[in-house]
Design a protein around this ligand. Structure first.
Ligand code: DGY
Length: 317
């Protein structure tokens, strides 16, 4: 039986299927670079996820022809895996697109609405026993319907966020995408990130992580936002200069932020946690029972395809 490492516990029905075919070892935490290197030499296949450090150095440490031949990643984002280094070492990398698009777009909307309507702040106040009752001017937020939604990155998740904005909230949708991208609902592609940041009432970042998008949202991009603007990140923490974001929020230069991802997860800076105008979620984008099961199934299906000698359908390298 081939040896499969699943680095974190996943849905039981998927685990059962994995155990029918492989000698499964179940991990319980993110792999460091050294642990990732060791795993590449000890297992035939690995089902890793966010935080497992399959860096170029890990592949180098594992040698030219490691025992592991496939990383069936649990997650659409695979910026924790150096897919180029993997290919150079003969390791296939796959991911889990599509199945988490709606769940992640829904979290984007959870953040838009809860930041605009001060839901986190209001709940904290109520739970602290400090609610003094209804008041015509108390806890006023900002209207969402009919405003301008700016989407950074018009991939699957960006489109799902934008569709909800157009069809559900009557918003004008603008988007910034590096390459020209046609969509099948009313939305306008703008030429520059600066234009998008400066025009939208709500900016939602949905680009993939990785070297090309690291700190795409820098101090200059944030400075272009309207003072009433709300910034939402459901992509990867490193896409945003977190220190610059904290500065504009502390200075009140934008109205608020809704974040699901952070530069050094699970660390969330104290200064960010202290801000009332932020809604902070613990990377919940794909966190529904249905979605996480579908992600596990897709990750395993890719590994099963490899084991059958077929080309894994969601191969990325
Ligand atoms: C992914 O799949 O990349 C997500 O970030 C997990 O929610």
């Amino acid at each position: 039986m081939k040896k499969l490492l699943i680095t974190r516990r996943i849905a039981e029905p998927v685990l059962d299927q994995a155990r029918d075919r492989f000698d499964v070892t179940l991990g319980d935490g993110a792999l460091t670079e050294d642990q990732a290197a060791a795993a590449l030499t000890a297992y035939d296949a690995i089902l890793p996820t966010l935080g497992d450090a399959f860096t170029a150095k890990a592949f180098e440490e594992a040698g030219a022809n490691p025992r592991c031949k496939i990383l069936g990643n649990f997650g659409v984002g695979y910026n924790h895996i150096d897919a180029t280094a993997a290919a150079a070492h003969g390791v296939i990398v796959t991911n889990t697109p599509d199945v988490l698009t709606d769940a992640t777009a829904d979290i984007g909307w959870t953040l838009i609405l809860s930041t605009a309507r001060r839901a986190g702040e209001g709940e904290r106040m109520l739970r602290a026993g400090q609610w003094g009752g209804f008041g015509p001017k108390s806890m006023l937020g900002t209207h969402v319907t009919g405003k301008v939604l700016g989407v950074v990155g018009m991939g699957r998740i960006g489109q799902a966020v934008a569709r909800r904005g157009h069809f559900g909230f009557g918003m004008e949708v603008l988007y910034y995408n590096r390459s020209p991208k046609a969509v099948d609902f009313p939305a306008r592609q703008v030429d520059s990130l600066h234009e998008l940041m400066g025009t939208a009432d709500f900016v939602v970042v949905t680009v993939p992580g990785g070297a090309e998008t690291t700190r795409l949202i820098n101090a200059a991009a944030l400075a272009a936002m309207k003072p009433t603007g709300i910034f939402v990140n459901i992509a990867r923490g490193e896409v945003v200069d977190e220190a610059a974001l904290i500065e504009v929020l502390e200075a009140g230069r934008i109205a608020g932020a809704g974040l699901d991802v952070y530069e050094k997860e699970p660390h969330v800076p104290e200064r960010l946690r202290a801000l009332e105008n932020c809604v902070l979620l613990p990377h919940l984008g794909s966190a529904t029972v249905e979605t996480r099961q579908a992600m596990g199934q897709m990750a395993l299906d890719n590994i099963l395809a490899w084991d059958d000698g077929r080309d894994p359908p969601q191969r990325v390298n």
